[in-house]
Design a protein around this ligand. Structure first.
Ligand code: PAF
Length: 281
């Protein structure tokens, strides 16, 4: 496994591999790797000849300074996990390698930038698209892999790829859960055991939604799940919404081809997001 911190060096190395006919699969991460990330590496290994993983805690996507400061950075453990997962290349640049001084970025992301996560974390998806565009320019992957857990992120990156004609195929991979259903997240390590137990309400709310979906209307599901979340101990619900998973717009009936329920809540100081497909397209 090769480890690079320089943009130019990894770019040149990958150019040579591509010239030799190898396809490149890319898994961008912010480190603190868990089984969810490793499943992306595994999927990438099946799809591409060479797997590149980036580890970069991207400052421009954090609108909460203390979240950025407290973001876990277990670098040595991450390197070992990637080696064991047979990742070929790690790209782990310093902030100065990725950003010049007083750089600005704005891409028109339409409504998707101002709803759900975008509304609660203003500027978050501008920061995400900014770094993902930079990483795509450096790595020039044939395939890039993202987790379904941040479904809105996947939709927004798909939109950027379409708008800017970036020649990469995006692949969304299923959420990996702990045995009790909690969606894996790098931030879970910051939950106390009580908070971790309380956080299960999100998964329970989603499974309740999936059950209700069989018989109830969208409004009834939203009312019942919101009531459940509001009464769950130790969490502050932020949203529970049901969207058309194809055009990522809220729905009022079940006619859309694929339907997704999305939830977010604060559990102590940590924000937790999760989602579940209610109707597969
Ligand atoms: O999903 C993440 O971990 C990040 O948003 C990403 C895509 C690596 C960009 O920093």
């Amino acid at each position: 496994m090769e480890i690079f911190s320089s943009r130019d060096a990894v770019h040149k190395y990958l150019l040579e591999l591509r010239a030799a006919g190898k396809t490149i699969g890319f898994v961008p991460t912010m480190g603190a790797l868990h089984a969810g990330h490793l499943s992306l590496i595994e999927t990438a290994r099946r799809q591409a000849d060479i797997v590149v993983c980036s580890i970069f805690v991207n400052p421009t996507q954090f609108n909460d300074k203390s979240d950025l400061e407290n973001y876990p950075r277990p670098v040595e453990e991450d390197i070992k996990k990637l080696k064991d997962a047979h990742c070929d290349i790690i790209f782990m640049p310093e902030v100065e390698e990725m950003y010049g001084k007083s750089e600005s970025w704005h891409i028109e992301l339409g409504d998707w930038d101002n709803i759900l996560e975008g509304k609660i974390r203003p500027g978050h998806y501008q920061g995400v698209t900014q770094i993902v565009k930079k990483l795509f320019d450096i790595v020039q992957p044939d395939y890039a892999f993202f987790g379904q857990k941040d479904y809105q992120q996947f939709m927004i990156i798909s939109q950027m790829v379409r708008m800017l004609h970036i020649p990469v195929q995006l692949i969304v991979c299923p959420i990996i859960r702990e045995n009790d259903g909690l969606a894996m997240s790098s931030r879970n390590v910051r939950l106390s055991s009580e908070e971790r137990e309380n956080a299960l309400a999100l998964y329970r709310g989603l499974t309740k939604a999936a059950e209700l979906f069989k018989t109830k209307s969208i409004d009834q599901i939203k009312n019942e799940v919101n009531a459940f979340l509001d009464s769950a101990p130790g969490i502050e619900p932020e949203y529970f919404e049901i969207y058309d998973a194809g055009n990522f717009k809220p729905i009022t009936d079940k006619s859309a081809g694929s339907i997704i329920a999305l939830v977010a809540a604060r559990v102590g100081k940590i924000r937790i997001i999760d989602n579940m497909i209610l109707k597969q397209g």
